[in-house]
Design a protein around this ligand. Structure first.
Ligand SMILES: [Fe+2]
Ligand SMILES: [Fe+2]
Length: 189
């Protein structure tokens, strides 16, 4: 039996932690006990980044292009959402960078990397509906990813939980606007 067979202590001692931290300094915050697959996490986050960029673009276009009765207050709402989507975009890009990846802001292939669509615009009601659909896609997608990351990568999970709660508010705002402008709920409940 070699020395390696001795029982491993539950907590790694401080000196060993410091040694590993110095040895693998080039890996940034990714340490040996990172339980996720870093490459896969970066890949997933690139698609989340694309989703957020597409949301920034769609809401920005809507904020500028919306016309019609009461459009001013709706434009303000679209503009506010565009700003919040931009915050999400930045958090995700920073996380990709922390994990050692380069955030993909390449416009080429952007819409195929994104979970939600840019949309076609159209009248106010059509814009609101497009945003509501995009938000519902984001909510579903992020809920799934939060379950996936679980304890494997708590930092990424917590970031996505923060984003998810804002997307739920966005979906709710769009639903309220739709009811206010169309008079009937778009969804069953
Ligand atoms: Fe977002
Ligand atoms: Fe959103």
């Amino acid at each position: 039996m070699s020395d390696n067979a001795t029982t491993k202590p539950f907590l790694t001692d401080v000196l060993e932690l410091r040694r590993r931290a110095k040895e693998k300094i080039g890996q940034g915050p990714v340490t040996d006990n990172y339980e996720g697959d870093v490459e896969q996490t970066i890949d997933i986050l690139q698609s989340v980044l694309a989703t957020e960029i597409v949301c920034v673009l769609r809401y920005t276009m809507h904020a500028v292009a919306a016309v019609g009765i009461d459009s001013e207050s709706v434009k303000d709402e679209f503009a506010e959402h565009a700003r919040e989507e931009q915050e999400h975009m930045m958090s995700v890009a920073e996380r990709i960078n922390q994990l050692g990846g380069t955030p993909n802001f390449n416009p080429e292939g952007l819409s195929s990397r994104s979970a939600s669509e840019y949309g076609k615009g159209g009248n106010l009601i059509e814009m609101i509906k497009e945003n509501l659909i995009a938000e519902r896609i984001a909510v579903e997608h992020y809920r799934e990813l939060i379950r996936y990351f679980g304890e494997k990568d708590p930092t990424t999970r917590v970031m996505l939980e923060g984003i998810l709660s804002v997307e739920e508010e966005h979906a709710n705002d769009m639903h309220d606007l739709l009811v206010a402008h169309e008079g009937t709920p778009f969804l069953d409940k």
